[in-house]
Design a protein around this ligand. Structure first.
Ligand code: HSE
Length: 417
């Protein structure tokens, strides 16, 4: 069925205005924006005033409008709008990763009850068509891992840091270029990447994981010392969202990571995102594309709108597999931990220490830690501690636990003597 689409657009910011333009430029899609709802009456906009409404019920009550495209920043207001749209029998396209990660199962049920589609490709990795690929191509349980750079702002800041640009200048540039969230804490502390990872966990492994269950460590505390360490070792620093399936357990987290030249994300710079999918038989596959900005995100929204012409809906085929899997934070990871204060480093329990460096004003230590024990240290708030994951694969850590027990025993023996 090739349906006529009449759109009610909510929000006319960076992505909303981008959608308006790409829809007008693209002659390929026969869809028309009938009403645009915005909040601020006094804001200067590039279209005549009669294009705008200030009341969302103008869309909800309009029977001709069959698609609501929700592109506002306020996720609480978006939650009410999306629910009302479903209850009014309208399909919804959204790019609001926070809203979707926080309420996914509830919104899916409501969409199902009302027999309408809910699409949100633009919510993950901007222009990269990752969700639909996970749904349609990887529609079985062969996936073993999915990881990537899912935040354009932080990748832009980290790329600029390699060129000697300081953190606040680079963040300002990312804001001016329209990459950053209105509250950039969401970007730099890894929340945005976490919301996207929650959506990837759902579509890759059928797991519903509340965002508060996923640890997110951001890039706010990356200093010139870590940039220099990376350069010396031939690494680059990337903020990665990672999920891996090990037997019936899935681990997932967001943290900055040193990646070596062999890593597929090594050359992915500026606002580009990368998603690396690994499956049993296809091995690794890499998707690269612009992850932020007006047109790239609008292009993903446009693709969702166009899929609605054929009543496309995600089928969540991995849900059955998801019931057999458990999300866990209990695994071991090798990290670099830097600080001006050696006492701060010593607070963190290491199960094995591989390298220690100390100068007059800076120290770092590398080694293996139990990830579940890191959460309590709230790294985003600990300005004096820079944690970066090293390239070694994560492990369930049986050997490390054994070693640490032996060491404790040996220490105890020594102290008795
Ligand atoms: N602030 C987000 C980013 C926008 O930088 O990736 C796209 O989701």
């Amino acid at each position: 069925m090739n349906k006529k689409l009449t759109i009610g657009l909510v929000g006319f910011g960076c992505v909303g205005s981008g959608l308006y333009e790409v829809l007008n430029k693209s002659k390929l899609i026969d869809a028309q924006i009938k009403t645009i709802v915005v909040k601020d009456k006094n804001k200067k906009r590039p279209l005549p005033e009669d294009h705008f409404s200030y009341d969302v019920s103008d869309i909800l009550k309009d029977e001709e409008i069959n698609v609501v495209v929700e592109l506002i920043n306020d996720s609480d207001a978006a939650y009410e709008i999306v629910r009302s749209a479903f209850n009014a029998g309208k399909a919804v396209v959204s790019a609001n990763k926070k809203l979707i990660a926080e309420h996914l199962d509830e919104l899916l049920n409501l969409a199902k009850e009302n027999e309408v589609s809910f699409l949100y490709e633009g919510a993950v990795a901007g222009s990269i068509p990752v969700l639909r690929n996970l749904e349609e191509y990887y529609n079985n349980d062969s996936l073993t891992s999915i990881e990537g750079i899912t935040n354009g702002t932080t990748n832009y800041i980290l790329t600029r840091s390699n060129h000697g640009v300081d953190y606040s200048t680079a963040l300002k540039e990312a804001q001016e270029l329209g990459f950053a969230e209105i509250d950039p804490t969401l970007d730099v502390d890894g929340y945005d990447s976490k919301y996207k990872l929650v959506l990837l966990l759902k579509h890759a492994f059928g797991l519903s994981v509340p965002p508060e269950e996923v640890v997110n460590i951001g890039i706010r505390n990356v200093t010139k010392h870590e940039v220099a360490y990376a350069r010396e070792k031939g690494y680059r620093i990337k903020l990665l969202s990672r999920a891996e399936k090990v037997k019936d357990r899935v681990v997932g987290f967001v943290a900055p990571q040193f990646v070596s030249r062999e890593h597929s994300a090594f050359e992915v710079n500026n606002e580009f995102n990368a998603v690396i999918v690994e499956a049993l038989f296809s091995d690794k596959q890499l998707f690269i594309g612009k992850g932020a900005g007006s047109y790239p995100t609008a292009s993903a929204v446009l693709s969702d709108v166009s899929a609605l012409k054929f009543d496309y809906a995600y089928e969540y085929r991995k849900s059955e597999e998801g019931k057999t899997l458990t999300f866990t934070k209990d695994f071991f990871v090798k990290i670099y931990l830097g600080s001006p204060f050696i006492e701060a480093i010593n607070e963190i329990p290491f199960y094995q220490i591989d390298e220690v460096y100390q100068s007059e004003d800076y120290a770092y230590q590398t080694g293996w830690v139990r990830f579940s024990e890191l959460e309590q240290f709230n790294f985003n708030q600990r300005k004096e501690l820079s944690l970066i994951v090293l390239p070694e694969p994560i492990t369930s850590g049986e050997q490390l636990i054994k070693k640490s027990k032996e060491r404790k025993f040996a220490l105890l023996e020594t102290s008795i003597v």
